[in-house]
Write a protein that binds this ligand. Structure first.
Ligand code: ADP
Length: 334
């Protein structure tokens, strides 16, 4: 388990002070894939770098299980960091070294024997599907292959935690998917906790169990991914969901342009199978205008959203809203 307790980070440049992370507290469970999403400059990178003290928090404490990372001296921190692997947007490979040597690097730091290193590197090469690239240099690899090398290097010492700092941001959508699948496989097989920061909702949707949304150094919303899609609370969460392909119509729905009441329905599980809209039309004296609809496929379930205009008397509309709520549909009046 990772516990972040009242962590703040202030950057001081001469007279100017910038509070990049503001009093964040958060618990991340063992084996969880936890996303931190936010726009550029929100403080995500600073926060994730505080988790392994690549960045020293100005205030607050970081615990990995029961060990307080923030209280460790240099040598103990070096030992503790063996449990925390990290991957980066631009891979950070050693350009002058082969794929084999890049993966062997953390094992050599641990002063393992030649045979042990050879066995582990070959095992990792097989795991990330790069056996044939063993003697290549990073410049001879595609972006996805480079990130596979970086992942193999990050997990070489069997860490308990893997941090991803925009690990798929430099990759095309298809390669992103394959890297996310690899990360999920690592979590499933080794029960590693993965914390990933991203500005891409596709990443969150694809593999995260829970997600925190950061804005101006603070966490403004934290939820399971299912509930975030079902019921986003903040404006920034809405805009991230709307940024997904196929969700663009919702962005242009402005209630001022309609005379009726605009509502957004979210369906999940059994409620998605019921003929709810036709029941509303039949049971209440209102007209229904469908403005947009989409389905978001999450890794464990699907969430359907439907934006409707309800036209009719207030009483009838209110009764229809009550009916919808009783049908386990999440209703939001826009
Ligand atoms: P994000 O990862 O969400 O894009 P960052 O954590 O990189 O955000 O940055 C948050 C804020 O902190 C930004 O305003 C950025 O300019 C500032 N910042 C980040 N690193 C430093 C640094 N080393 N010195 C000064 N300011 C920094």
């Amino acid at each position: 388990m990772i516990k972040i307790a009242n962590v703040s980070k202030v950057f001081e440049n001469g007279k100017t002070k910038l509070e990049a992370v503001k009093d964040i507290s958060l618990k991340i469970n063992k084996g969880e894939i936890f996303g931190i999403i936010g726009l550029s400059g929100a403080g995500k990178s600073t926060l994730i770098r505080c988790l392994n003290r690549l960045e020293e928090p100005t205030e607050g404490k970081i615990f990995i299980n029961d060990l307080e990372l923030t209280s460790l001296n240099k040598e103990d921190l070096r030992l503790a960091r063996k449990n925390i692997g990290m991957i980066f947007q631009h891979f950070n490979l050693l350009d002058q070294k082969t794929v084999y040597e890049n993966i062997a690097f953390p094992l050599r730091l641990e002063k393992l024997g030649k045979k042990q290193i050879d066995a582990r590197v070959n095992q990792l090469l097989e795991y990330v599907d790069l056996k044939d690239k063993k003697n290549n240099y990073p410049s001879q690899l595609s972006g996805g292959q480079k990130q596979r090398v970086a992942i193999a290097r990050a997990i070489a010492n069997n860490p308990k935690i893997l941090l991803s700092d925009e690990g798929t941001s430099a990759l095309d959508p298809k390669t992103t998917k394959s890297i996310l699948e690899l990360l999920k496989k690592i979590r499933d097989e080794f029960n590693i906790t993965i914390v990933m920061i991203t500005h891409q909702m596709e990443v969150v949707k694809e593999i995260c169990d829970r997600v925190a949304i950061m804005e101006n150094g603070q966490i403004v919303e934290i939820n399971t991914v299912e509930n975030l899609f079902k019921n986003p609370k903040t404006k920034v969460a809405h805009s991230f969901i709307n940024s997904l392909q196929g969700n663009v119509e919702e962005e242009i729905i402005n209630p001022k342009n309609y005379k009726g009441k605009i509502i957004r329905l979210s369906f999940m599980g059994d409620s998605a199978k019921k003929p709810i809209v036709s029941k509303v039309i039949r049971n209440f004296n209102i007209d229904v205008n469908i403005l947009s609809g989409n389905i978001n496929k999450l890794h464990a379930s699907s969430i359907g959203n439907l934006t409707l205009e309800l036209i009719g008397e207030d009483d009838e509309i209110n009764n229809a809203l009550l009916f919808l709520k009783n049908e386990s549909v999440h209703v939001e009046v826009i």
